[in-house]
Design a protein around this ligand. Structure first.
Ligand code: PLP
Length: 441
């Protein structure tokens, strides 16, 4: 149990997993002992930058342990010395979060991008090849293209819909430029909801591993979250998330989290200490509170999203809806959906008939949906990927990936689906009426 409130209480190396209980039940109490915090049922926010010790010897021994473990050589739990290294609210969140997918450990970061950047710098070296699926969230694509390349890390990409042999062909070609060290996929992809084949990527990473450093498969599971996709069942080494989205779930924080084998997470935590990008105590406290309602929220959101997606599919002003349940029955994407996912998520993208102007008129006419980037929160959000989240992707590539000027991305919240549909319908009416009025002028 976490020693919150009693810093001298000895800690166990590995917490026994209470595997008989549903993670949902464990979200309210796991890894926190009220008796160590004045009987408080809920963990306090440990707003402290540093931790006091009784003797110099005790502190010296802990520092020695932390140093010996640099680079993640052992699975020893990080000591509580200084809050940039570790703090009680981070620990409680990480322990509880890892229960959803049954991963060994998790590491919390100040944002999803901090998680992605730290994972890249911890496991890649100059000259290495990073192979990634396309499309990716614009910020990730931008980071790979503009930051990693300046450190000599080379990238190659494959369309997220590619099958095993297509990915392998691209990997083979990329390997002429250096050793393949990471395959990074977004499942499902932002904003098209296209699914990447995690098992195929994991097999290819294994086949192309050379020398002591094997190639690893990293899945950005932000869109489906730990509830609807477990990347470890399909061979992933690490799963990472923008916890700003479903996990935080209320559009009131920024955070990221990575989960996987203890050794790899230990390596990441060393890098996190050096980069100084652990999430703060209050953010972790909010994340821990949000975990208690994660299943409830995500379940309600997907139920609402299905209704919204059905409405859009049937509306004549909508050209195409990008939603995993609408993949064609006999398609590879549908087979992948059946194999990998347990629900389609709460992000619904669609192409409006017309172009950018109609899309903008639609967005401007929304009354209840907030026009904002981000997703996975309690409130409904709408945005135009081509001019916001995916603006940094070169135009031709963006269009090739299906992120055109007529695409709109919706994130469905916890309200009434009938109210959401009412708002979408009146905005479609307005956008199209406006277009007709201009044509008559
Ligand atoms: N990954 C995906 C799929 C995202 O959609 C985002 C943000 O929208 C990120 C990563 C980055 O997360 P953050 O904004 O928390 O840094």
């Amino acid at each position: 149990m976490n020693r919150a409130g009693g810093i001298s209480v000895p800690r166990k190396k590995h917490q026994p997993k209470l595997s008989a209980l549903d993670p949902d039940s464990l979200m309210t109490s796991y890894d926190f002992l009220p008796e160590l915090s004045e009987g408080a049922v809920k963990p306090p926010v440990f707003l402290t930058s540093t931790f006091a010790f009784k003797g110099a010897g005790e502190l010296a021994a802990l520092i020695q342990t932390a140093h010996d473990n640099r680079g993640g050589k052992s699975n020893e739990a990080l000591p509580l010395i200084y809050s940039r290294i570790n703090h009680p609210n981070a620990e409680i969140f990480e322990k509880r979060f890892s229960l959803w997918n049954g991963s060994e450990e998790a590491a919390v970061f100040a944002s999803g991008m901090a998680a992605i950047a730290t994972t890249s710098f911890a496991f890649l070296r100059p000259g290495d090849i990073l192979l990634h699926s396309s499309p990716l969230y614009g910020g990730t694509e931008d980071f790979f293209a503009r930051e990693l390349r300046t450190f000599g890390i080379k990238t190659a990409s494959f369309s997220a819909e590619s099958d095993y042999s297509e990915i392998k062909k691209i990997a083979k070609r990329a390997c002429r430029r250096g050793p393949l060290r990471m395959i990074f996929v977004e499942a499902a992809a932002n904003p098209t909801n296209v699914l990447a084949d995690i098992e195929a990527c994991a097999e290819i990473a294994e086949e192309f591993s050379s020398g002591k450093r094997k190639a690893i498969t990293v899945v950005d599971n932000t869109f489906l979250g730990p509830l609807w996709l477990n990347p470890f069942k399909h061979g992933a080494d690490l799963a990472l998330y923008s916890a700003t989205k479903y996990i935080g779930g209320h559009s009131d924080l920024l955070a990221g989290v990575v989960e996987g084998k203890a050794k790899m997470i230990s390596r990441l935590k060393s890098a996190r200490t050096r980069f100084g990008n652990i999430a703060g105590a209050f953010t972790c406290w909010l994340l821990t509170r949000s975990l208690e309602t994660l299943k409830l929220r995500m379940t309600a959101q997907v139920k609402n999203a299905r209704r919204v997606a059905d409405f859009l599919r049937d509306d004549r002003r909508v050209e195409k809806v990008y939603y995993p349940e609408f993949f064609e029955e006999d398609s590879n994407q549908n087979r992948l959906y059946e194999k990998q996912c347990s629900a389609p998520g709460a992000v619904v993208s669609f192409d409006i008939k017309g172009g950018r102007k109609t899309a903008f008129r639609f967005l401007d006419a929304l009354k209840f949906f907030k026009l904002a980037v981000s997703l996975g929160s309690t409130e409904p959000l709408a945005e135009h990927p081509a001019t916001t989240t995916h603006y940094g992707i070169p135009r031709e590539k963006r269009i090739r990936l299906g992120i055109t000027d007529k695409m709109i991305r919706l994130s469905i919240g916890l309200g009434s689906p009938y109210d959401y549909i009412f708002d979408l319908k009146q905005a479609l009416d307005e956008a199209v009426r406006d277009r007709r009025a201009r044509q008559l002028r």
